[in-house]
Structures are given as structure tokens and as C-alpha cells.
Design a protein around this ligand. Structure first.
Ligand SMILES: NC(=O)c1ccc[n+]([C@@H]2O[C@H](COP(=O)([O-])OP(=O)(O)OC[C@H]3O[C@@H](n4cnc5c(N)ncnc54)[C@H](OP(=O)(O)O)[C@@H]3O)[C@@H](O)[C@H]2O)c1
Length: 269
């Protein structure tokens, strides 16, 4: 695998570095990072053994791939002035939420190709899902590089850029919605008479077990739901409350609000 440079050394850069080193697809000496204050890059370097650059030139001296892993607001004209020439002929992979391929191309106009990704927070434990799209069709080698890099975070899939706002709502914001549902279940468990510890364990393990059952059986969630539901039983009673409150309409509105906001953010930036 070609040398990889990380512009930014925070949570997402650390998750990718950890995943790449765990899977052994690249050695630590082939990875370099740089951060604004130098502090997070120094910490990542000390923890993992990857190289720590002090200047942009040093960062990209050996790197054939630049992973842009700072916050979207850091993609400024000043960044463009420094990195446009330095990324000539290189592959740029952006983790920046909401930054379109056209916006990225304006900053890295001479890159050989640009990949826009939408990772999510379970990437921190290698259980993320990352959707991505590229400005131009990828060469075989670049595709292999992108897939290996994103598989360090969990599952990856290629999509059309037009789907990115909807994807942001489902997998990007999605953990936030599932966590809120988990928090509501845990709170209700305490109201139902359980201790906080028991409520927490049951909530986490039920969510985890249900997700694994869904993934491993490949069965529709409706079928698995029906397998828990006896006529006039306890699940039936609870599901009746959800149906009367039009739970699905609420979820639909939640997802559409997140999708629409993702579109607004892309247009604002
Ligand atoms: N976290 C997530 O779950 C998630 C999900 C989807 C997408 N993303 C995307 O991933 C990106 C990174 O997020 P994060 O959570 O990893 O951020 P983070 O932990 O805050 O890290 C940001 C890093 O960028 C560095 N930085 C800031 N300005 C810079 C500059 N001008 N040049 C070089 N480095 C600079 C910071 O350096 P200092 O520490 O030295 O200031 C820090 O190392 C974001 O664009 C976000 O949209 C994140």
C-alpha cells in the first residue's frame, strides 16, 4: 500500500490509523500525520509509532494519498493555497461532512482523483459504515487503496454523490438516533421498576443482540419483530402504542429533517 498522509490527527484519523495498523495492511513508518497545534499529531505519533510531520511539505514529501481529517471549517482559502500544489498528482480522500466533490476539487484542483466519504462514529471501534463516491472513476489500484483504508473503519460502500445527504441522515446521524432510542428505553426501564445498572445492561445487550440477529440472519426486521409478537401478548401491547402514536411517521420526519439539513449545510459551506 502507498504511503498515506493525514491532515488532522483527531478522532477519525486515529480510528483509521488504528484500523490500518490492526489489519497490518500498512506499516507505521508509511503513515504520517500533521495537526494544527502539533499536539494531537504528536500524541497519535507517540501512541502508534507513525511519523509526525511539522510542515505541509514534510507531510506530503512521501505521501501518495492525502486523507483530509480536520473539521469542514478548516477547509479555507489558506488551506487551498498551501495544499493545491502539494497534492498535484495525489489521491485525496476527504472525511469532511458536507463538503462536495466540487468544493473539494476547488481546493485540490491538481489531485489525480478525489474521494468524498461519510464515515460514522462506530468507526472508533472498527464497526462503522462508510459510504463514498469519487470525482472520476477510480483506477484499480486507487480503488483497492480506498477500500482497504475505509475497511479499517468497518464496512464501506460506493454510492452516487446525489445520495450523500440521505446517507448522512441514516448512517452519519443514525448513531445519534439509535442512542436517543436507547436512552429512552433505559429511562423507561427505570420507570418500570428496574435499577439504573440493570436498565443499562438490558438496554445495551438487547440492542446489540437485536442488531446482530438482524445482521446475521439477513431477515427483514418486520419478520424478526413478528417472531417476538404473540397475539394479545406483551410485545403486541407495546407495538400497539407505537402504531397509535404513528412511530414510523415520526422516524420518517426525523430522517427527512436530517437529510434536508445535510443539504443546507453543503450549500452554506
Ligand atoms: N467523528 C465522527 O464520528 C465523524 C463522522 C463523520 C465525519 N466526520 C468528519 O471527520 C472529520 C474529522 O473529525 P474528528 O472528529 O476526527 O475531528 P477532531 O477530533 O476534532 O480532530 C481534528 C483534527 O484536525 C486538526 N486540525 C485543525 N485544523 C487544522 C489545520 N488547519 N491543519 C491541519 N490539521 C488541523 C486538529 O489539530 P489540533 O488538535 O492540533 O488542533 C485535530 O488533529 C471532520 O471533518 C468530520 O466532519 C467525523
Amino acid at each position: 500500500m502507498n504511503n498515506i498522509a493525514f491532515l488532522g490527527a483527531g478522532n477519525m484519523a486515529s480510528a483509521i490509523v488504528d484500523g490500518l495498523l490492526r489489519t497490518g495492511v500498512i506499516a507505521a513508518e508509511n503513515l504520517t500525520c500533521l495537526s494544527a497545534s502539533g499536539q494531537s499529531a504528536a500524541q497519535l505519533s507517540a501512541r502508534t509509532g507513525i511519523r509526525h510531520a511539522v510542515t505541509p511539505n514534510e507531510l506530503l514529501e512521501h505521501g501518495d494519498v492525502l486523507v483530509v481529517a480536520f473539521k469542514p471549517k478548516h477547509l479555507t482559502a489558506a488551506t487551498a493555497a498551501i495544499y493545491a500544489p502539494l497534492t498535484a498528482g495525489k489521491l485525496v480522500i476527504s472525511l469532511l461532512a458536507g463538503k462536495t466533490l466540487a468544493q473539494l476539487h476547488a481546493v485540490f484542483p491538481q489531485a489525480r482523483n478525489i474521494v468524498r466519504t461519510m464515515p460514522n462514529t462506530p468507526a472508533r471501534i472498527g464497526a462503522g459504515v462508510t459510504a463514498w463516491c469519487s470525482r472520476q472513476p477510480l483506477t484499480t489500484d486507487d480503488r483497492a487503496m480506498v477500500c482497504s483504508l475505509l475497511e479499517a473503519l468497518g464496512t464501506q460502500l460506493e454510492v452516487a454523490e446525489t445520495q450523500m445527504d440521505a446517507i448522512t441522515a441514516i448512517s452519519g446521524s443514525g448513531p445519534g438516533f439509535f442512542f436517543e432510542y436507547a436512552a429512552a428505553v433505559r429511562e423507561a426501564a427505570v420507570t418500570a421498576g428496574l435499577s439504573a445498572d440493570v436498565a443499562h445492561t438490558l438496554t445495551v445487550q438487547t440492542l446489540l443482540g437485536s442488531a446482530r440477529l438482524l445482521a446475521q440472519t439477513g431477515t427483514d426486521p418486520e419478520t424478526l419483530r413478528d417472531q417476538v409478537t404473540s397475539p394479545n401478548g406483551t410485545t403486541h401491547a407495546g407495538l400497539g402504542v407505537l402504531a397509535r402514536a404513528d412511530f414510523r411517521a415520526l422516524v420518517r420526519k426525523t430522517v427527512l429533517a436530517a437529510r434536508d439539513r445535510a443539504g443546507e449545510i453543503s450549500r452554506e459551506s
